[in-house]
Design a protein around this ligand. Structure first.
Ligand SMILES: NC(=O)c1ccc[n+]([C@@H]2O[C@H](COP(=O)([O-])OP(=O)(O)OC[C@H]3O[C@@H](n4cnc5c(N)ncnc54)[C@H](OP(=O)(O)O)[C@@H]3O)[C@@H](O)[C@H]2O)c1
Length: 334
């Protein structure tokens, strides 16, 4: 039986990728630091920064290595130095690497002005170790320079059970709080392409079967507007809400969501279709239910700020639950 190693396969992406590989007949190992339920896979406990742990995880060689949690070239090099034990690789990068012709992207003062849809040939930031995006580019380039055939996947805003940055909490919490209005900046038309973990599971499964050197966008079949995302979450939770849109960006949190960007990020998925025969496992409205269900359960078990530390970190963008300011805005404008 062919062997797969998923580094970091105990998290949100692993929840989709590991079963996808198991169901496809792979013998799967997962490298992670803590005990975790990895289904029918074998857990190798260890830190990827520990060379002995890597050697243990790669013992006897693996046909495919899936790296979920790598952030710069150093983590690639630790593996490419062991290329004799790796048949092929699939590496999770990010759509956050892209920049526009002026060099603006995700980490610049101005959000990039990208073509719609944006292909994998779009320029990226340069490689480095000083930021998330530059590190991911360094990671991609280190793998590309290696003898290991490597598929790089560039996801958008990931959603799924076990979600680390659960952007959907913005709307799920509003439903739980009984708020029946959605106030959205940029006329509710922001599009920041989403990626279900089911999409990643399918792309990893196909890439593992068809090794090659390639970079692929990895996103849901359509990039919904924020208003459509809000409606999809409402539909899953069996409610409807009134939509109030605000022209321009959020002010004092009014209209802010984690997908609120001034210009669209829409990823072109044609290359995955052409190269791998990829067919999406469903659109956002079909797949977001799994994430919503998990969020509701996780928030019922403990305080949401403890349950979703990744969401709390996103609050650097602003207050996603500025209900007071929102009510004052609605009172002024109704
Ligand atoms: N969230 C987004 O919207 C988004 C968008 C684009 C790309 N991405 C990419 O998605 C990836 C994150 O994957 P994920 O969402 O599945 O993360 P996750 O839920 O945090 O899972 C990562 C798993 O990796 C394990 N891990 C972390 N550090 C490790 C280490 N040093 N050695 C061994 N195992 C380690 C963790 O388990 P232990 O703690 O037990 O080790 C954890 O279960 C990143 O590459 C990120 O750049 C995310």
């Amino acid at each position: 039986m062919a062997t797969a190693l998923v580094i970091g396969g105990s998290g949100q992406i692993g929840r989709a990728v590991v079963p996808a590989l198991l169901d496809d007949g792979w013998d799967v190992r997962v490298l992670a630091r803590h005990d975790a339920d990895v289904g029918g896979a074998r857990l190798v406990r260890g830190d990827r920064e520990d060379r002995d742990a890597l050697d243990e995880a790669l013992a006897g060689g693996v046909d495919v290595l899936v790296d979920v949690v790598a952030y710069d070239d150093r983590q690639a090099t630790a593996l490419t130095e062991r290329a004799d034990r790796i048949g092929s690789a699939v590496v999770i990068s990010t759509a956050g690497v892209y920049v526009d012709d002026a060099g603006d992207g995700f980490e610049s003062d101005e959000f990039g002005s990208f073509p719609v849809p944006l292909t994998e040939d779009q320029p990226t930031v340069g490689p480095g170790r000083d930021s998330y995006a530059t590190g991911k580019v360094a990671l991609e380039q280190a793998w590309a320079a290696s003898p290991v055939p490597t598929t790089v996947l560039r996801p958008g805003a990931i959603h799924g059970p076990g979600c680390v940055q659960p952007r959907e909490w913005t709307f799920v919490k509003r439903v739980l709080d009984g708020r029946d209005v959605r106030v959205l900046a940029y006329d509710g038309l922001s599009r920041f392409h989403t990626t279900s973990t089911a999409v990643l599971g399918e792309l990893v499964r196909l890439s593992a079967r068809q090794p090659g050197d390639r970079v692929l966008n990895a996103a849901d079949p359509q990039a919904l507007t924020v208003a459509e995302i809000a409606a999809a979450v409402d539909a899953v939770m069996g409610v409807t809400s009134r939509l109030v849109t605000v022209p321009g960006g959020p002010v004092d949190g009014v209209g802010l969501t984690p997908w609120s960007v001034p210009r669209p990020l829409v990823l072109d998925m044609r290359r995955a279709q052409d190269e791998l025969g990829y067919v999406a496992p469903g659109g956002y409205a079909d797949t977001v239910g799994a994430c919503v269900e998990w969020l509701v359960e996780a928030a019922a078990a403990r305080d949401w700020r403890e349950a979703f530390p990744g969401f709390v970190r996103m609050e650097a963008m602003g207050d996603f639950f500025a209900y007071g300011a929102e009510d004052a805005f609605l009172a002024r404008t109704s």
